[in-house]
Design a protein around this ligand. Structure first.
Ligand SMILES: [Zn+2]
Length: 330
């Protein structure tokens, strides 16, 4: 495949802390010869592992964007054994707009790997991240949350059966991060996710789902920063001695039957909240139809036993919208 057309105005091989942009050529009426500036910070200390830290894969997920901005300012190259590549707004047009997908091409960056150097801006970004940044990395963070439409219990995520990295090692990273829940996700091949890209390259990757609602829960922001620092400590990149110890992790598996989807367009009135333990067949809530007031509400049901780890943050729903998803105790 051809080389990326995205050019860096920062030297990733330079020592110390440097900041700039990965520039994606993008000419519009306002800006001939213009580009989309994807912010990037490189902090290189003494020789050690390279860690790629990404947030803003989905532009309406703010916890990771803020955490990486804070870390970019707080971390000092002199204290580092290794190299951090920090990309707080990975799908820059989406993050700039505060939207899940890019307003330019409707691209969902976490479905587009390995990308295309000659494709849409989102495809070009996926290709750039996989071929120019992941190829340097020994470890990858991809920080997510529920965004505008969902809300999550604080959790780390790992996709099951991802290549060379053992489950034991993936769990150890999740325990070091210390979010109270660890979601082991199943994923169909060809999902185009950053997990799949990392697995293709044989690189351990840790994801998060911390809150959502297009909002930042103060406790989750703090957890995100401490969690990233604890994992960097485990990798030997920074001293993590003074941080609070990680919380115990409850590991949960997430498969297809964990999801509850809307069966009608209407207003969803949920029956349970985050953290509830539910049984297969239990009512998850009712969809109401105030436009046809005498139409009876439609109930939706859980199709597995589990803990509610994710809830819809919006009452209005269309057929197929995710209303809840569960995690099953492992
Ligand atoms: Zn996301």
């Amino acid at each position: 495949m051809a080389k990326s057309k995205i050019s860096l105005d920062v030297d990733l091989d330079a020592s110390g802390k440097v900041a700039g942009y990965a520039k994606l050529p993008y000419s519009v009426n306002r800006s001939a010869y213009g580009s989309l500036p994807i912010p990037i910070v490189s902090i290189r200390g003494r020789p050690g592992p390279t860690v790629l830290l990404m947030a803003g894969t989905h532009g309406d997920e703010f916890e990771g964007q803020v955490t990486l901005t804070r870390l970019a300012q707080e971390l000092d190259a002199n204290d580092l054994v290794g190299h951090l590549i920090i990309v707080p707004m990975a799908n820059y047009p989406a993050a700039r707009a505060g939207q899940r997908v890019s307003p330019i091409d409707q691209g969902n960056l976490n479905r587009l790997y390995p990308g295309d150097p000659d494709g849409t801006p989102s495809e070009m970004i996926a290709h750039f991240i996989e071929t120019e940044l992941m190829t340097r990395a020994d470890f990858i963070f991809d920080l997510h949350s529920g965004g505008a439409s969902l809300n999550y219990l604080p959790a780390t995520t790992s996709v099951m059966s991802t290549g060379a990295v053992s489950e034991e090692e993936r769990r150890a990273h999740m325990m070091a991060f210390g979010a109270p829940y660890g979601l082991m996700l199943s994923s169909a091949p060809g999902a185009g996710s950053s997990s799949e890209a990392a697995a293709r390259r044989g690189i351990p990757r840790l994801g998060t789902e911390l809150g959502g609602r297009a909002w930042i829960h103060p406790a989750y922001s703090e957890l995100c920063e401490d969690g990233v620092r604890r994992v960097l400590g485990r990798l030997g990149v920074i001293e993590a001695g003074e941080l609070p110890p990680p919380a115990a992790v409850e590991f949960l598996s997430v498969d297809r039957e964990c999801y509850v989807y809307a069966t009608a367009a209407g207003i969803f009135d949920g029956a349970v909240t985050l953290g509830s333990e539910v049984k297969q067949g239990e009512c998850a809530g009712k969809i109401h139809f105030p436009e046809t007031p005498l139409r009876k509400p439609e109930s939706v049901y859980f199709s597995a036993d589990g803990i509610v780890v994710c809830e819809r943050a919006l009452a209005m729903c269309e057929i197929g919208d995710c209303l809840y998803h569960l995690g099953k105790p492992l």
